[in-house]
Design a protein. Structure first.
Length: 413
């Protein structure tokens, strides 16, 4: 059942979306023919909590037994194996978080079907943790989350330090990472993951092979600048990035992200820092973001405050082509900074995704469809003719959970 309404310049279509069945298969997918509508991008706004041995507040009952915090030394069990963070998907309080992870698994299943003509119970989903200053820390969580959500997950151990080390000295990944992030070497805390990463670095051909075999690739939260630097040397992409682009274009790979993993998808200017308050008073600056805690450390670059709005003018990965993406939107009052950046960068559309919410991008015959799932909304800004960022920040079109939107809107032609 569909209900259409003209809402502030857009046709908004409210639909009753069928939920996935118990085994995760979507009843909307016809397995006897290629899907006429295929969802390819899942862009979450951050805060997708699941019950785990670390995030005990997200549990409905007794949390699972496992690693309790981010250790500063190697912690082993009775068999000498590293103690893992353990996820209990079913005991998680947030139904919306669970639905978003499951939705991405459904999207990966569909991509596998388009590629092979066969359905798969557990699609292969790669987990990229390169947005974290310590890329080892989130690995256990995401592997557990997507395993419980119905996938066969695997860690893709690529990050900026590995990219830099390709073809040189893979024994120096840790020092390269410390130079990039300022974080200490964590290889002795996660020796199993560090070994996997070194082996991956030595055999670069694994990257192309893995990208060719995956059904989905999920980008974690953290720092979107690190996410971009995983695939780009400055403004030049690594060779393997073309394979990722080609598979998305061929609709044989689903791509998802949360927080920084969403922000990095922008083809237009990529937000890298800033609050709405300073954005509205000082504008946007196309320069590197200031160092963390630079006010206290007295290390802020000249002309830049710690909370200034900065952006990457060349954009992010360019996999989302419709405008600028921002995340944690309502929770962190980011309307002002997105509006300011749209005007300053001369970008027409901006999309702000709320926490525990995802914007899903689908191809349909003759165009693109956007829809929202989760606890909040997607805020869509149209800066055409706008000159006042404060005024624009109060003129969002809300795409609430359960609603879809044909893109582009009729008046954008």
């Amino acid at each position: 059942m569909k209900i259409q309404a003209w809402v502030r310049g857009f046709w908004i279509t409210c639909v009753a979306l069928a939920s996935s069945s118990a085994n995760g298969f979507s009843p909307a997918i016809n397995m006897d023919a290629p899907p006429q509508t295929q969802e390819l991008l899942l862009l979450a706004g951050g805060a997708l909590p699941l019950c785990s041995s670390i995030n005990t507040k997200a549990c409905t009952g007794t949390p699972p037994i496992g690693r309790r915090d981010a250790p500063d030394k190697f912690i082993s069990d009775a068999n000498g194996q590293r103690v893992l963070e353990v996820v209990d998907f079913n005991a998680s309080k947030s139904a919306d978080s669970k639905a978003i992870y499951r939705q991405f698994v459904v999207m990966a299943r569909t991509a596998h079907f388009v590629r092979t003509g066969k359905m798969v119970q557990r699609p292969r989903i790669g987990i990229l943790t390169s947005a974290a200053s310590d890329p080892f820390d989130p690995v256990d969580f995401y592997l557990g989350a997507f395993k419980h959500a119905g996938a066969e997950p695997q860690w893709l151990p690529l990050d900026p330090a590995v990219r830099i080390s390709f073809g040189s000295d893979c024994s120096k990944i840790a020092s390269a990472r410390s130079a990039l992030t300022g974080e200490p070497d964590r290889s002795d805390v996660y020796p199993d993951l560090a070994k996997t990463q070194r082996n991956f670095c030595v055999d670069r051909a694994q990257l192309s092979k893995t990208l060719a075999d995956l059904d989905g690739l999920f980008f974690n939260g953290g720092d979107q600048s690190l996410s971009k630097a995983t695939w780009f040397d400055g403004t030049k992409p690594i060779a393997e990035f073309a394979l990722l682009q080609a598979r998305l274009k061929a609709q044989t790979l689903a791509i998802g992200g949360t927080s920084a993993g969403t922000a990095v998808m922008s083809q237009a200017a990529m937000i890298t820092n800033g609050t709405s308050a300073l954005a509205l008073t000082r504008g946007a600056q196309a320069r590197l973001p200031p160092p963390l805690d630079c006010t206290r450390k007295r290390s802020c670059p000249e002309g830049l405050l710690e909370d200034d709005l900065t952006y990457e003018a060349s954009g992010g990965l360019g996999l989302f082509t419709f405008g600028i993406l921002d995340t944690h939107f309502a929770a962190r009052s980011r309307q002002g900074r997105l509006a300011r950046l749209l005007i300053d960068s001369k970008t027409r559309y901006g999309f702000g995704v709320d926490e525990t919410t995802a914007l899903i991008v689908a191809t349909v015959r003759g165009g693109v469809r956007l829809r929202t799932i989760g606890a909040g909304s997607v805020w869509i800004f149209d800066s055409r003719g706008a000159q006042d960022a404060a005024k624009l920040s109060k003129q969002a079109h809300l795409l609430n959970a359960g609603t879809t939107l044909a893109w582009p809107p009729d008046d954008s032609q």
